[in-house]
Ligand binder design. Structure first.
Ligand SMILES: Cc1cc2nc3c(=O)[nH]c(=O)nc-3n(C[C@H](O)[C@H](O)[C@H](O)COP(=O)(O)OP(=O)(O)OC[C@H]3O[C@@H](n4cnc5c(N)ncnc54)[C@H](O)[C@@H]3O)c2cc1C
Length: 457
């Protein structure tokens, strides 16, 4: 019996899932995969669809292989394709990385290069699990039966949108290089947008606003501190954990090390740390520590840092500290309101347009994306109490509103953030994809499912 797995979402997560499943199956004839992607080219998703070459990966080539046990897979690809040197310590563009992911599965025309893998350009709008399989419902009314479904749909999004703000990845306003631009958020997306503006010859001021005005820290060459599970104070309070982290950094720096070595040394343990944190500590972490953590953990390439520093020094880029309150479009410009940090006064600022660079935002009802709305509406899925995504168990099985794990519906990537916290970067997602592939392929002998692999209306 052929095992049929449907992956919903063809971004980095879905592509890595397919690549790991195809790689692990010793007898590929017994495995069939369907990758359902609604909008983007396979492999690209939101992060790697950018055509802009100045959008650089914030992770070194040596950490971006699709396969953790083959760390030079990406650098060999770069060298083979003549895309830069393939130098492991370098940073290449996200566009190039999208192509790499795409070519794991597709041929030059975007068609599946693997006989046992089918691409469906469709939106999945619902899932129904039954004893031996899952029915995957598509927007055109068709249903694809399979044995397992993997949700790899990226960050869960809700219906809140600031229509007066531009989507960073889908701009609509014609750019005028001589009029100011406002960026809401001061993280890695802000850095990307600043570099894009410069690439388009922007000459006017750029204002970037966030509550604390923290910029991503720059990468340096690190030597991750070797930390074993026994070194980490699992299960302690957040306050204790932070004290321990500060003391570890202090001691390491005192002996000539770099703070980044400690942050990078913690990487293999971060997901377990999150799982061990009590719910109240997780909430406190999100409220008080996460922006500081993110700026230290998710760093910018040195090239980007140099350019950002130059703009700050010459005054073209200004960082504003304050809480964004809202935005409105009037007379061809965008006016934003924010509450200034410190003084607490309400301030306004106008520009030709403002871009929403806040990245991930907490999930809140009402949910408008059809798939999530249907899963939640039917009680098949629950929003995590902190709004980080849907609830999954430790084995990445979707958990319903009664707290029961689905046997055949799994999650992968940022959608599972409530369970793992650090599950947005490729080095984390590829590990999760490898684990999930091994788990699914170890599953019991598949049972017959209704009209396998065919479409029916
Ligand atoms: C701007 C940016 C830069 C980043 N840079 C780096 C980096 O340098 N290094 C690094 O390690 N990580 C980076 N990341 C993080 C990381 O690579 C992403 O988190 C990762 O790409 C997530 O991929 P995904 O497939 O889960 O989500 P997405 O990229 O959001 O893809 C999900 C896909 O699912 C499709 N989809 C959603 N719902 C449905 C549906 N119902 N039916 C069919 N299709 C559906 C969407 O169309 C989309 O293509 C970056 C992220 C962003 C946003």
């Amino acid at each position: 019996m052929t095992l049929h797995i449907v992956i919903i979402g063809g971004g980095a997560s879905g592509t890595l899932a397919a690549a790991h499943l195809l790689r692990q199956r010793e007898t590929p004839r017994q495995l069939r995969l369907t990758l359902v992607e609604a909008h983007h080219e396979i492999g690209c998703g939101i992060a790697y669809s950018t055509p802009d070459s100045c959008h650089i990966l914030n992770t070194r080539v040596q950490n971006m292989s699709a396969f953790p046990d083959e760390p030079d897979h990406f650098s060999r690809y770069l060298a083979r394709e003549g895309l830069g040197s393939g130098e492991p310590m370098s940073f290449v563009s996200r566009k190039v990385y999208g192509r790499y992911l795409q070519e794991l599965l597709a041929d030059g025309s975007g068609q599946s290069a693997v006989p046992r893998l089918a691409f469906l350009r469709q939106e999945c709008v619902g899932l129904t699990e039954h004893a031996h399989g899952v029915e995957v419902k598509l927007a055109d009314g068709s249903v694809v039966p399979c044995h397992h479904a993997i949700l790899a749909t990226g960050y869960a999004r809700d219906g809140r949108s600031q229509t007066a703000l531009e989507d960073p990845w889908c701009p609509t306003t014609k750019h005028d290089p001589d009029r100011p631009v406002i960026l809401i958020g001061t993280g890695l997306t802000m850095v990307d947008m600043v570099l894009s503006l410069l690439g388009r010859g922007h000459r006017a001021p750029i204002y970037a606003l966030s509550r604390r005005g923290l910029l991503p820290q720059p990468h340096r060459v690190t030597r991750p501190l070797k930390l074993s599970a026994a070194d980490i104070p699992f299960g302690t309070s957040l306050a204790y954990l932070l004290r321990w982290m500060r003391a570890t950094i202090h001691d390491h720096v005192a002996t000539g090390g770099d703070w980044r070595d400690v942050i990078d040394g913690l990487r293999p343990h971060t997901q377990a740390l999150w799982r061990h944190l009590p719910a109240a500590s997780r909430a406190r972490f999100l409220r008080h520590v996460s922006s500081l953590w993110d700026t230290h953990r998710h760093r910018m390439p040195p090239e980007s840092e140099t350019r950002i520093r130059a703009l700050l020094a010459n005054g073209q880029l200004s960082i504003l500290r304050g809480a964004f309150q809202g935005a409105a479009r009037e007379d061809g410009e965008t006016r934003i309101t924010y509450r200034a940090a410190g003084s607490g006064t309400l301030e306004t600022l106008s520009a030709q347009y403002a871009i929403d660079c806040r990245g991930f935002r907490r999930l809140q009802p009402p949910i408008t994306t059809p798939l999530l709305a249907s899963l939640i509406g039917e009680g098949q899925a629950a929003i995590d109490p902190l709004g980080l995504g849907l609830v999954f168990d430790r084995d990445d099985r979707l958990v319903d509103q009664a707290g029961r794990s689905h046997a055949r519906i799994f999650g992968l990537g940022p959608l599972t953030r409530a369970t793992h916290w650090e599950i947005t970067a490729v080095p984390d997602i590829r590990e999760q994809a490898a684990r999930l592939a091994a788990r699914l392929l170890d599953h019991d002998q598949p049972q017959a499912i209704e009209t396998p692999v065919s479409h029916r209306r």
